[in-house]
Write a protein that binds this ligand. Structure first.
Ligand code: ZN
Length: 90
């Protein structure tokens, strides 16, 4: 298990979570992001707290430390998803 740390949301509410990505994926922490699209392995959101045009957050649906942990299927899905998102932005 991961050591819990305190996060402070933009509205000032504080919460202790282990992995923020997993806490958002599980619904433990409410996401303030705006959903764009998803695949079997990844989800893309526009960050509500930092609404920079074109700044999209692509998150894995399972816990990962780094891209070097992607399976072959996740690697293929990730690059396909990323290029599709970029085409949508154009
Ligand atoms: Zn995680």
């Amino acid at each position: 298990m991961y050591r819990k740390r305190e996060i402070v949301r933009i509205k000032g509410n504080k919460r202790k979570v282990g992995c923020l990505g997993c806490a958002i994926q599980s619904g433990e922490v409410e996401s303030t992001s705006i959903f764009i699209d998803s695949t079997k392995f990844f989800v893309a959101n526009q960050d509500y707290e930092i609404p920079i045009p074109g700044f999209v957050i692509v998150a894995a649906k399972r816990h990962l430390q780094s891209v070097d942990e992607f399976t072959a299927e996740e690697r293929a899905d990730f690059i396909e998803f990323l290029t599709g998102l970029r085409k949508m932005m154009r």
